[in-house]
Ligand binder design. Structure first.
Ligand SMILES: Cc1cc2nc3c(=O)[nH]c(=O)nc-3n(C[C@H](O)[C@H](O)[C@H](O)COP(=O)(O)OP(=O)(O)OC[C@H]3O[C@@H](n4cnc5c(N)ncnc54)[C@H](O)[C@@H]3O)c2cc1C
Length: 458
């Protein structure tokens, strides 16, 4: 790979392009939030502002055989946007226009660099709601959310990002631009390329525009928190809420270690002695919300909750939600963290929590567990003393045990963060060799030179 002629060609063919080549800029694009990974230093970071520039970048990269890493805000937790040595990172942060909020069709058309929170606010200003809600919503981009099929706090009711996407404009590996869908709610014309590309972490195509589904804004949420004497009781409550046919907008869990860390950071007055806490929210209108939370309360109490309290007002509910969103950063204050993302069918949550406890004991490692329990998606987070020499070795061994436990329960090695680089070598454990062969065939067909985010996912 010859880098200098490549950079020269970029400058000649795209004279108006913002191209960052200083070492400090390239270094700041080496890693995403998966800071424990070893990643490469890009030869440059291109910051295009139009689809036409992206097309030219892809064509030039193909000509010079330079790998491409698409990147949004770099908040990913699988190394999907981490640099490749000598590769070209394309940061979509300047393609950040909300092109249209179409009230008649309840859709938004956006560029990939739009921050999730900005789209939510723009939709809310029109009485509408964009549901996908990763805890990182104030920093992450729609392109990154599409790249990872991001989840978050309200997937339990509204689904992952994929459920809110109607169509994409994408640049393929040879520079062809295609549209995979549009404003139609129903559209079964051909293979669903939208569904294939969402979640593919930039390995199949680069997303340059998205048509997203909006909903009428739901009423303000009502919030309940329940504390439990054991993780298993909290897990049983999650299963009981599902069994009761309830559909809360949020059903989140924190274990004792995480409750303590969050309360230390935010002083919310949480019960630090409890083994686990569930946060349940309803966005149903009026008395229906009360009814839903009353039934959730019964499910929690029947499962053995030691204390169940309703948030006294929207402000308190907001503090609790912010506290839950801050779980990762609260644990980060205690040491070096490695966050995992296993998922299980939600009736198996109690079993997964028991497996996490066992794995923590067997590897003598502190694990703070929190996550989207209503989806069966948990984030067991290893916390090491900053100078712990065992960190890398223990992580490697313990995460394999986590993956095995999740897969044995019919679950997944990653519910929402993606395989990226960090879980690539474990994908076969879950999917098996035949499915990986099919994935490889798709990758080769769409990216024969293997230049779109190579070495990620498969
Ligand atoms: C504190 C914290 C909380 C988080 N909470 C959640 C959560 O609740 N739920 C959740 O799902 N995730 C969560 N995340 C992870 C992360 O925020 C999400 O994965 C998010 O979707 C990444 O968006 P980003 O803009 O940072 O993308 P990046 O990290 O830059 O990229 C993510 C992936 O998408 C690809 N990509 C980016 N843009 C494009 C594009 N235009 N075309 C094609 N591919 C592209 C990249 O190559 C990469 O593989 C959290 C992270 C942090 C730090």
């Amino acid at each position: 790979m010859s880098v200098d002629p490549f950079l020269a060609a970029l400058r000649t063919r795209l004279p108006g392009l913002r191209l960052l080549t200083d070492e400090v800029d390239r270094e700041s694009h080496r890693l995403d939030e998966t800071s424990y990974l070893e990643a490469g230093l890009p030869c440059a970071v291109a910051v295009p502002s139009t689809t036409a520039e992206v097309v030219e970048l892809v064509r030039l990269a193909a000509e010079f055989r330079v790998p491409i890493v698409p990147r949004g805000a770099g908040s990913g937790l699988s190394g999907g946007a981490a640099g490749i040595e000598g590769g070209l990172t394309i940061a979509f942060t300047k393609m950040d226009a909300i092109l249209e909020i179409d009230r008649d069709n309840l859709v938004a058309v956006v560029q990939p660099g739009v921050i999730n929170a900005r789209l939510k606010a723009a939709a809310a200003a029109q009485g509408l709601f964009y549901p996908p809600d990763p805890a990182s919503y104030e920093m992450c981009t729609i392109g990154g959310n599409l790249g990872t099929n991001a989840g978050g706090l309200c997937c339990v009711k509204y689904g992952q990002t994929r459920e809110s996407v109607l169509g994409l404009e994408v640049v393929m590996a040879d520079g062809t631009v295609i549209r995979t869908g549009g404003k139609n709610i129903k559209d079964v014309a051909g293979y669903s390329l939208t569904h294939l590309i969402v979640g593919s972490q930039g390995t199949l195509a680069l997303i340059t525009e998205a048509t997203l589904r909006l909903r009428p804004a739901p009423p303000p949420r009502s919030t309940l928190i329940a504390f439990f004497g054991s993780l298993q009781a909290a897990g049983a409550a999650v299963a009981a809420i599902a069994r009761a046919g309830l559909s809360p907008v949020t059903l989140e869990l924190m274990d004792r270690f995480t409750i303590g860390a969050v309360d230390e950071m935010h002083a919310l007055g949480l019960d630090r002695d409890a083994a686990a806490m569930l946060m349940v929210e309803s966005d149903l209108p009026g008395v229906a919300a009360k009814d839903e939370l009353d039934r959730a309360r019964v499910a929690c109490e029947t499962a053995g909750a030691t204390l169940v309290v309703a948030a006294s007002d929207p402000q308190e509910a907001d503090w609790l939600r912010q506290g839950r969103r801050a779980a990762y950063h609260a644990l980060e204050r205690l040491g070096t963290v490695v966050m995992e993302d296993v998922g299980v069918p939600r009736a198996r949550i109690a079993d997964m929590l028991a497996a996490i406890e066992r794995i923590a004991a067997e590897h003598a490692v502190r694990i703070g567990t929190f996550g989207h329990a209503g989806d069966g998606n948990l984030h067991p987070t290893f916390v090491f003393d900053r100078d712990d020499p065992r960190a890398a070795e223990v992580t490697e061994a313990a995460r394999v045990d986590l993956y095995r436990a999740a897969v044995a329960l019919g679950g997944t090695i990653t519910g929402e963060h993606g395989v990226g680089l960090s879980r690539r070598d474990h994908l076969e454990l879950q999917r098996g060799p035949d499915a990986i062969r099919v994935m490889r065939a798709i990758k080769t067909a769409l990216d024969p030179l293997g230049l779109l985010n190579p070495g990620r996912v498969i």
